[in-house]
Design a protein. Structure first.
Length: 254
């Protein structure tokens, strides 16, 4: 039917516009992120060419060039992670089992930092429709964020629950916490407070959760710690079209 076709076309047009806007923002951020490493690489490469006989200068330049190339590689890897997130391939999975695997993967670094991990998983949690690898990636990003916020002998708590036909995953830490500015910007691509960080980890995490029809909430206070809450629907959400598009197709005022 013609009305449905118009609706689909309007929806696709809006999605294309949103994608183009995102690409534009990312291009500007990437240009900003790579400028400093490229400036350093260019400067030291020219210094080496000017005085190739100065062995100490060549060694120093080579060391800095290598470091900055590693930094560029890290930026590129993170950008690729952010851009290649595909539509989740959803199957029914045990969320508790996924969480246990993620914690197991991070146990060595928690042990090294003297961080204890308290786990309380809902004993009769039904399976949820998720892309297992994507959810793992999101949970790893959050857990690593919590680990890095704790300087020594901290505590992380991980729990699951069932709330209104949704799986609730809660990850709390008693680490450094966040300022209001950091909390407001933490899901913005390329926003980071970490030296050498790219600021894409949490943006990737939010995108994964939203692609699953879920929601991520964060509470944090400087000096007291942070709590992440992830809500994932148990059922596969139906394809929906924003109300604003329906009004456009029907020639209704917005």
């Amino acid at each position: 039917n013609r009305a449905y076709q118009q609706l689909q076309e309007a929806h696709e047009k809006l999605l294309r516009s949103e994608r183009l806007a995102t690409v534009g923002k990312m291009a500007a951020h990437i240009a900003h992120e790579i400028r400093n490493p490229l400036t350093a690489i260019g400067g030291f490469a020219r210094a080496i060419l000017r005085e190739p006989q100065d062995i100490e200068n060549v060694k120093l330049g080579g060391k800095i060039i290598s470091r900055e190339v590693n930094r560029l590689e890290k930026i590129l890897a993170n950008v690729l992670d952010f851009t290649k997130i595909s539509q989740p391939f959803k199957q029914q999975h045990d969320i508790n089992a996924i969480i246990e695997e993620v914690i197991q993967l991070n146990k060595p670094v928690m042990h090294e930092r003297n961080i204890s991990c308290n786990i309380q998983l809902h004993s009769s949690l039904p399976p949820a429709w998720v892309d297992e690898e994507q959810i793992k990636q999101a949970l790893v990003n959050i857990l690593v964020n919590s680990i890095h916020s704790i300087h020594h002998q901290g505590k992380i708590s991980v729990s699951t629950d069932l709330v209104d036909e949704q799986v609730l995953i809660e990850i709390s830490d008693n680490g450094a916490g966040m300022t209001k500015e950091t909390l407001e910007n933490m899901f913005n691509p390329f926003f980071t407070t970490k030296s050498g960080g790219t600021g894409l980890g949490m943006a990737v995490t939010q995108r994964i959760i939203e692609e699953h029809g879920g929601e991520i909430q964060v509470e944090s206070e400087k000096g007291k710690g942070t709590t992440f809450r992830i809500f994932i629907p148990l059922t596969v959400p139906p394809e929906t079209v924003p109300e604003s598009i329906t009004k456009i197709v029907n020639n209704e005022p917005r």
